[in-house]
Ligand binder design. Structure first.
Ligand SMILES: O=C(O)c1cc(C(=O)O)c2c(n1)C(=O)C(=O)c1cc(C(=O)O)[nH]c1-2
Length: 253
C-alpha cells in the first residue's frame, strides 16, 4: 500500500494508469459481440459509421492540443498525429491517411462513402461523447489533454483482435478494408510512448497523479458511452451482454 499524499514513483504511477485498462471498451458487450464474430452486417456497419465521428474528431482534438502547447519539442512530434489521420502530400509522397483508410473500411463493409461522410447514421449520444473529447482538449491544460489520449495504451490489443478475428468471422468484408487496423498497431505504440513520457514527467505530485488517473478515466468513459449508445441502437446478442456484465466499468474503476 502507498502512503496517502506521497507521490507515486514513475513505475507505480504508470502501473496505475495501465490498471485502468480494466474499464477499456475492449470489455464492452458491443465490442465483445464485434470481435467474437457475433455481429450482423448491420451491426458492423452501424459501428463503422458511428466510429467515423471519432476518427474525424481526432485530428481536430490534436490540433487543439498543439494550439495550447507552448513546448516546441512536444509540438514537433505531436503534429505527426494530424498527418497520420488527415494524410499528407509532401515532397512527392502521398499518404491518404487514417480517415481515408476508415472510409475504405466502411466501403469494404458495404457502406457508401457518401453515407459515412454525411453522418446520416450518427447516434446523438455518440456525437455528444465525441464532442466532449474535443471540447476537453480545447479547454484543459495541454498536459491533461495529452493524458486523455492514453486510452491508446490499450488500443493495439483491440486492433490486433480485429485483425485476428474479423477475416474468419466476417468473410464478406474485403480484407483490404482492414488496413486501418494494421496501420494503427504501430502508430498507437509510438503515440503511447510520447503520451506516457509527457504524463509521467508532468504529473509529479500525488494530487496531480490522481488528477491524471481521473482524466484517463473520463476518456475511458467516453469510449464506453459510445459503445453503450451503439448497443442501444443496434442491439447486443445475449451471450455478449452476459459476458460484458461481468466487467462493468464501475466495478473495475
Ligand atoms: O479502435 C479503437 O478502439 C480505438 C481506440 C482509441 C482510443 O483508445 O482512444 C483510438 C483508436 N482506436 C484509434 O484508431 C486512434 O487513432 C486513436 C487516437 C486516439 C487519441 O485519443 O488520440 N485514440 C485512438
Amino acid at each position: 500500500m502507498s502512503t496517502p499524499g506521497l507521490a507515486w514513483s514513475r513505475e507505480e504511477f504508470e502501473a496505475r494508469l495501465r490498471e485502468r485498462g480494466r474499464s477499456y471498451h475492449i470489455h464492452h458487450p458491443f465490442n465483445l459481440m464485434l470481435n467474437r464474430g457475433r455481429a450482423s452486417p448491420e451491426q458492423v456497419r452501424g459501428w463503422v459509421a458511428n466510429r467515423f465521428l471519432y476518427q474525424v474528431a481526432i485530428p481536430i482534438k490534436d490540433a487543439a492540443i498543439l494550439a495550447n502547447c507552448p513546448d516546441r519539442d512536444v509540438r514537433r512530434s505531436w503534429i505527426q498525429r494530424i498527418l497520420d489521420h488527415d494524410g499528407f502530400e509532401i515532397g512527392g509522397i502521398n499518404d491518404p491517411g487514417g480517415i481515408e483508410a476508415w472510409l475504405r473500411l466502411g466501403e469494404a463493409t458495404g457502406l457508401s462513402r457518401e453515407e459515412i461522410l454525411d453522418e446520416r447514421h450518427a447516434i446523438p449520444a455518440v456525437r455528444f461523447a465525441v464532442d466532449h473529447y474535443v471540447h476537453f482538449a480545447r479547454r484543459a491544460p495541454w498536459q491533461e489533454a495529452v493524458c486523455s489520449s492514453l486510452t491508446e495504451l490499450f488500443a493495439p490489443e483491440i486492433h490486433k483482435q480485429r485483425l485476428a478475428t474479423w477475416p474468419e468471422h466476417y468473410p464478406w468484408i474485403a480484407r483490404d478494408g482492414l488496413q486501418y487496423f494494421r496501420n494503427r498497431v504501430s502508430q498507437a505504440r509510438r503515440d503511447v510512448e510520447q503520451g506516457l513520457e509527457v504524463t509521467l514527467s508532468w504529473f509529479t505530485t500525488r494530487a496531480q497523479q490522481q488528477r491524471a488517473l481521473d482524466v484517463l478515466q473520463m476518456k475511458l468513459d467516453i469510449l464506453w458511452a459510445m459503445n453503450d449508445a451503439m448497443a442501444l441502437r443496434y442491439g447486443v446478442d445475449p451471450q455478449s451482454a452476459a459476458e460484458g456484465l461481468a466487467r462493468a466499468p464501475q466495478e473495475a474503476a
